[in-house]
Design a binder for this molecule. Sequence first.
Ligand SMILES: Nc1ncnc2c1ncn2[C@@H]1O[C@H](COP(=O)(O)OP(=O)(O)OP(=O)(O)O)[C@@H](O)[C@H]1O
Ligand SMILES: [Mg+2]
Length: 297
Amino acid sequence: MNDQATKLRELINAKKIFDVNKKNQVNINTDQARTICITSGKGGVGKTNFTVNLAIALSKYNLKVVILDADLGLANVDVTLGILSKYNLLDLITNNMSVLDIMTDGPNGIKIISGGSGILELVNLNQHDVNNLISKIEIINDYADVILIDTGAGLSNSVISFALAAEEIIVIATPEPPSITDAYAMIKTIKKRDKNKRIRIVINRADSESEGKIAFNKLKYASERFLNTSIEKLGIMREDPIVSRSIKLQQPLILQYPNSLISKNIECIASKLLNKSSINYEKDRENFFARVVKLFK
Ligand SMILES: Nc1ncnc2c1ncn2[C@@H]1O[C@H](COP(=O)(O)OP(=O)(O)OP(=O)(O)O)[C@@H](O)[C@H]1O
Ligand SMILES: [Mg+2]
């Protein structure tokens, strides 16, 4: 226990010192971490690869970034990075662990929390355990500046719950028609539940900038015409064989191939996310995990 308290103090102090000294400082509200959910309609469109590399791009701004692997089925983030998470969210309750103990170290100082089977168990928790879980997870806000949530694909309740609980949503689609129509279905489902939710789009695997733009415009048009809602383009990532190569090597491409076009695409997206107009300073950030659990119940 004492060990945990010391570890926590060290981490919090590290964040404070760093906040003062940062050169590239991005002043974000330090009470609650900014939560960004990365999701998609269709599977296999590049969410996990994007999440991992975006996390590293954001960490270059000296931000403390945590990835929550919220994919129920497969531990994607771990495998992409060649690491092994021993614990998951449920260990907070069943093994009385601290949130700092269930985080695994990733490259460039990023941390990973595996949702694992713990996510499914959220539904079955009694109120006491729910309160316990939320208060334990709350500590993450003292450590993290940004939490990226990598979800599975599709319109399952759990994916929608994570998306709705997060402050911001990034929907990934590729230019292929099924991916566009499934992304549209995802946007429609989210907007039905929360019409003010900010949704931004990344088109991945585009053969050219113009192919990416055309794909985005199709989504934008459908959203405006049929949902009466607007979506924003966050970026376009190009099709590149180095993605597969880096996943096979279990080395993030942004570190392995920093000068590649796709790395630049991701860096551009990171800087756009940190742009002043992109950050919600006004609203009091609600506790993300409390919202997740509420949505799950
Ligand atoms: N820009 C790209 N260029 C080339 N290949 C890509 C690109 N992005 C992703 N891929 C390929 O697509 C595959 C799936 O990527 P990833 O696992 O990140 O998708 P996902 O959306 O997380 O999938 P899931 O829905 O199963 O979680 C990767 O193995 C990679 O080979
Ligand atoms: Mg994935």
